[in-house]
Design a protein around this ligand. Structure first.
Ligand SMILES: [Zn+2]
Length: 121
């Protein structure tokens, strides 16, 4: 039981300790309850990568940055997929598909999403 909880969520006591350590502010934008934002305690290393529910692995994020963090992980897969599709379309000289993928990938670039995944045109 104890081990299971350790792998799951932070306990209320751990959350309180993490919030207090981070001064009840989002570690990215510095906003807090005073600014009217909702705060979450997030796993720095995500649970699905083996991140544990420890104080050291916890950080305070506002609802917005918590959402962005989760979404970026999801879009990472999407970006890789569109790069593969783009390369395939290029090889097959399928210009409509190539343009479609290029438009989507340009949107990733425009918003600087997953910039560490390089799209070679
Ligand atoms: Zn924030």
């Amino acid at each position: 039981m104890v081990q299971k909880r350790e792998l799951d969520e932070f306990t209320p006591k751990q959350k309180e300790t993490i919030l207090k350590r981070d001064d009840h502010k989002c570690v990215i934008c510095g906003r807090g309850e005073k600014e009217g934002v909702e705060l979450h305690v997030d796993h720095i290393k995500p649970k699905y990568l083996g991140g544990r529910s420890t104080i050291e692995n916890g950080q305070t994020l506002c609802a917005q940055h918590n959402f962005i963090k989760k979404t970026l992980k999801q879009t990472e897969t999407g970006k890789k997929m569109f790069i593969r599709l783009y390369e395939l379309a290029k090889k097959e000289k399928n210009n409509d598909l190539k343009k479609f993928c290029a438009d989507i990938l340009k949107t990733y670039e425009k918003y600087n999403i997953n910039g560490h995944i390089i799209w070679k045109r």
